[in-house]
Design a protein around this ligand. Structure first.
Ligand SMILES: [Zn+2]
Ligand SMILES: [Zn+2]
Ligand SMILES: [Zn+2]
Length: 170
């Protein structure tokens, strides 16, 4: 299996440096994380891992995600629902996010114009930027359509985040 060879090498190196042992459970968690092109909470990842190996505990998944983040393979993102999501970081282009406040759909986008505008604003204020995170909230196309149809969403309905993301270039 040569898939994700580089990522696995990076993870093993990080594990070694941290004085930890390589375990089958950590390998499995890494594998499933890398295979899933979504924004995941540790809870989401836990359920995916459960399907493969029910003996893996939630704490192991959580700690492994932290290790992946330290190793630069994962990145934490927040979408304003008080949860921490993780996405692939290694070898992934910078992007920003559009978030649907109704269904939780997340769309990734990149705009050279916005990036340049941010740089010039920082420069005007004498800031040297290290990083930024641009998030825009609103209703996705589907939700704004169905809201026009009926306004019958039960109160307190939790937004679900379980949608494939799409990278759009502008
Ligand atoms: Zn950006
Ligand atoms: Zn939506
Ligand atoms: Zn993303």
């Amino acid at each position: 299996m040569v898939e994700f060879e580089e990522e696995k090498e990076i993870f093993l190196e990080h594990i070694r440096k941290s004085g930890l042992r390589r375990t089958g459970q950590r390998d499995l968690i890494l594998e499933i994380f890398l295979k899933t092109e979504e924004h995941l909470t540790s809870e989401d990842l836990y359920w995916l891992v459960q399907k493969e190996d029910p003996s893996v505990g939630h704490t192991t998944v959580y700690r492994t995600l932290k290790l992946l983040t330290e190793a630069g393979l994962a990145r934490e993102v927040r979408f304003g629902d008080n949860k921490t999501y993780y996405e692939h970081h290694y070898d992934h282009e910078h992007h920003d996010h559009l978030i649907c406040t109704s269904c939780g759909k997340v769309v990734e986008f990149f705009s050279q114009q916005i990036e340049e505008l941010q740089d010039s604003i920082a420069e005007q204020h004498g800031f040297k930027l290290s990083h930024h995170s641009l998030r825009m909230w609103g209703l996705c196309e589907m939700c704004s359509k169905s809201e026009a149809d009926v306004s019958s969403v039960p109160p307190g309905a939790q937004p679900r985040v379980r949608v494939k993301t799409v990278i759009g270039g502008y």
